[in-house]
Design a protein around this ligand. Structure first.
Ligand SMILES: NC(=O)c1ccc[n+]([C@@H]2O[C@H](COP(=O)([O-])OP(=O)(O)OC[C@H]3O[C@@H](n4cnc5c(N)ncnc54)[C@H](O)[C@@H]3O)[C@@H](O)[C@H]2O)c1
Ligand SMILES: [Zn+2]
Ligand SMILES: [Zn+2]
Length: 354
């Protein structure tokens, strides 16, 4: 029996690199040899026991690799092809997928909330030497030769998510956009707002390093929430309120500030993952008749989404490599979690090389 090394969740605050059985590709599946992956903020929630997954699960959902094995019924690929797989792996067949809601995929049936997120959630994930890719035909995106693994790994999740915050908001050329929080997701939302044609992008955070990166990713103005009245500043900079506010943290405070930063009939595009109760104060919401739009988005996945994002990298529209601040081997992944979790040493994203 063939074995591999993999990052296994053993309960709250306990992950280990274990020797486990190597996956084999069944019908419609593929196995890839992972060449590069990374750690997501969501993996930290899993590690800390804040997001439940079963013990014994291999975690991680941002894979770049080489096709090692193709199951029956998967066509158009060769062993050895370099591929990117999105964090969200839709089936491509269910009601949700066929109406364009791939992230809420019902796995062959109708709709399931967050059902498209399987890797490192409900099935084994990417922080391993090998990964089983479900519904391979819908999820293997070939990487153009011109692109390195480092240029594409962040497209699987954070770029797809961040950009979707701008896309779901329907940003128009000339819009003024404010993005609350400049973590990896918010930084990609900032880049996405610029790509969508915003005339003014305001990045909000409280970390100097991240505010600097915010400018690099496309913010025209950055605001340190520790040092100013953010809502007042946004209203001043935009002459009365932003067309679009993107929430990229997942707290009551930033959600409320995003809402209060909007002009009448503006759009709040929410990316954050919230816990507990989220409240909408009536005054911030014009008592419910201010023509506001509130939209939420789960990271879009599937091979066509990945192909489009890789085209953006290939043509130089985006370069996310500055966000990959540190590199570790798979054996060193506990240290990588430690550094990433503590946000030490200016870390934004870590590259993990199995
Ligand atoms: N919608 C999706 O599909 C999806 C996917 C991945 C992650 N997420 C969620 O997106 C959120 C952001 O993820 P991340 O990895 O970028 O987070 P992160 O923890 O790396 O970054 C959060 C940032 O928020 C800043 N911050 C803290 N308080 C603030 C405030 N009051 N105002 C402005 N900034 C503040 C911090 O300085 C930090 O830079 C999380 O809730 C995460 O779970 C959503
Ligand atoms: Zn993620
Ligand atoms: Zn589906």
């Amino acid at each position: 029996m063939k074995h591999m090394k993999a990052t296994v969740f053993h309960g709250k605050n306990e992950i280990r690199v274990d020797e486990v059985e190597r996956p084999r590709a069944g019908v419609g599946e593929a196995v890839i040899r992972v060449t590069l992956t990374t750690i997501c903020g969501t993996d930290l929630h899993i590690l800390r026991g804040e997001y439940p997954v079963r013990e014994g699960l291999i975690i991680g959902h941002e894979p770049v690799g080489v096709i090692e094995e193709l199951g029956q019924g998967v066509s158009g690929y060769q062993i050895g092809n370099r591929v990117l797989v999105g964090a969200i792996t839709p089936c491509g067949q269910c009601a949700a997928c066929l109406t364009g809601h791939l992230s809420q995929c019902g796995q062959g049936k109708s709709y399931e909330a967050l059902g498209g997120w399987r890797l490192g959630n409900t099935i084994n994930g990417a922080q391993a030497e090998y990964l089983l890719v479900p519904n391979a035909q819908a999820n293997l995106a070939k990487i153009p030769d011109a692109l390195t693994d480092e240029q594409v790994v962040l497209l699987a999740d954070i770029a797809s998510t961040g950009f979707s915050g701008a896309e779901s908001a329907g940003i128009k050329i000339g819009d003024a956009v404010v993005v609350f929080a400049q973590g990896p997701i918010g930084l990609c939302a900032t880049a996405g707002a610029k790509l969508m044609g915003a005339a003014l992008v305001i990045g909000v955070d409280g970390d100097e390093n991240r505010l600097r990166m915010s400018r690099r990713m496309g913010a025209d103005v950055v605001l340190d929430y520790r040092e100013c009245d953010v809502v007042g500043e946004v209203r001043k900079l935009t002459g009365g309120g932003a067309d679009v506010a993107i929430e990229a943290l997942g707290t009551q405070q930033t959600f409320e500030q995003a809402l209060r930063s909007l002009r009448p009939a503006g759009t709040l595009s929410s990316l954050g993952v919230y816990s507990g109760k989220l409240q909408i104060p009536y005054d911030a919401f014009a008592a419910g008749i201010g023509d506001h739009r509130i939209v939420t988005t789960l990271c879009p996945g599937g091979k066509e989404r990945m192909r489009r994002l890789m085209e953006m990298a290939r043509t130089g529209r985006v370069d996310l490599t500055p966000l990959l601040t540190h590199t570790f081997s798979l054996d060193e992944i506990p240290e990588a979690y430690d550094l990433f979790g503590a946000r030490r040493d200016g870390v934004l994203k870590v590259a993990i090389k199995p």
